[in-house]
Design a protein around this ligand. Structure first.
Ligand SMILES: NC(=O)C1=CN([C@@H]2O[C@H](COP(=O)(O)OP(=O)(O)OC[C@H]3O[C@@H](n4cnc5c(N)ncnc54)[C@H](OP(=O)(O)O)[C@@H]3O)[C@@H](O)[C@H]2O)C=CC1
Ligand SMILES: CC(C)(CO)C(=O)C(=O)O
Length: 306
């Protein structure tokens, strides 16, 4: 497959390198700063699942340099989504479908509105990855999972092609039969996990040792389940409990990517995740006091620089 990685940061560069390792054609469509970093330092993965250095990372600085793309793997932060729309439109006009892996849900309707419903595949990822000072990927989880599935009937073939590409690569790819439900399940989980760890500024083990604090995570899961139900997605109380058990089972030091960003003084995706949930709630007249409080607590750190 010919895959364009738009957002060749921690997650995008990781999966792009894995596809390239498996023999697929991968082009990193990047802005100037990242282009210079990759040209200077190369593209390396330091990974629990196997280190890898991309022999000749392919870089493009504009979609005009790219012919006949099959797929755009979109892995920017929520607050950078609008800045990618012109490049995405150019690539969709050249025939590409877009596979976004951003946490959250709001980006899907924005992308569908801007690019057309046929262009946007559903998707998500489970991985823990970050960039080091050289711009190399540091992958610290034993999982590196991609889930994707059609949001439009015309997308079955490209999803099957992607499933094949994932099978050939050193990663776990799943072609979902209900991608919307899978995305909402992750949205429910990440809103609670990133919300509580970022607001408290502690990893999950510390949160768990204060039952009254940990209970807030369960309340957020419940509010997200109600939100999903109000949007006709059939999440259940049992799935809330499974997500809560997952938080119970994490290692003491485990934390969310949003909390890692807070620790590094980087901008936070709170508006895309928690703000997005509140906007989706107000569309259906649902009040979500725990999410509203967590959103308000994290908001002052949104643009925080240490
Ligand atoms: N990291 C993780 O472990 C996980 C992340 N996610 C989700 O994946 C998404 C990406 O996260 P992550 O990889 O950590 O983020 P990073 O910040 O590491 O990478 C994002 C990249 O997007 C690039 N970018 C931003 N705007 C543009 C643009 N207009 N054109 C080209 N490139 C652009 C940035 O480059 P530049 O240097 O130019 O700013 C940066 O390299 C987020 O939504 C996150 O929630 C989900 C699961 C786990
Ligand atoms: C839950 C986790 C760690 C797994 O992908 C994640 O998505 C994040 O923290 O952003």
């Amino acid at each position: 497959m010919k895959i364009v990685v738009l957002g060749a940061g921690a997650l995008g560069a990781y999966f792009g390198a894995r596809w390239q390792e498996a023999g697929h054609e991968v082009i990193n469509l990047v802005r100037e700063g990242r282009a210079e970093q990759i040209e200077k330092n190369g593209l390396k993965l330091h990974s629990e699942m196997g280190n890898y250095e991309v022999p000749d990372p392919v870089i493009a600085r504009s979609p005009e340099e790219i012919e006949s793309p099959d797929l755009v793997f979109l892995a920017v932060k929520g607050y950078h989504l609008h800045g990618t729309l012109d490049w995405l439109k150019a690539l969709v006009n050249k025939g590409a479908k877009v596979y976004p892996v951003l946490n959250g849900m709001e980006h899907i309707s924005i992308l569908q509105k801007e690019l057309g419903e046929e262009a946007v595949i559903g998707g998500l990822s489970y991985i823990i990855a970050t960039l080091d000072e050289a711009g190399h990927v540091v992958h610290t989880s034993p999982f590196h999972d991609l889930v994707f599935g059609p949001l439009h009937t015309s997308q079955q073939a490209i999803c099957e092609e992607l499933a094949l590409a994932c099978n050939q690569a050193n990663l776990n790819g799943t072609l979902s039969t209900n991608i919307l439900e899978d995305m909402w399940k992750k949205y429910m989980f990440i809103t609670a996990f990133s919300g509580i760890t970022t607001a408290v500024n502690q990893p999950i083990g510390v949160v768990r040792s204060y039952p009254q604090t940990f209970r807030i995570a369960e309340r957020i899961l419940t509010e997200m389940k109600q939100l999903a139900n109000a949007h006709h997605i059939d999440l259940t109380d049992e799935q809330v409990q499974q997500a809560f058990e997952r938080l119970r089972g994490f290692d003491h030091e485990m934390t969310s990517s949003m909390h890692q960003d807070r620790r590094k003084g980087l901008p936070l995706e709170v508006e895309h995740l928690h703000g997005g949930a509140l906007r989706l709630g107000s569309e259906v007249g649902l009040s979500m006091p725990y999410i509203e409080t967590i959103h308000a607590m994290i908001k002052p750190y949104e643009e925080y620089q240490q």
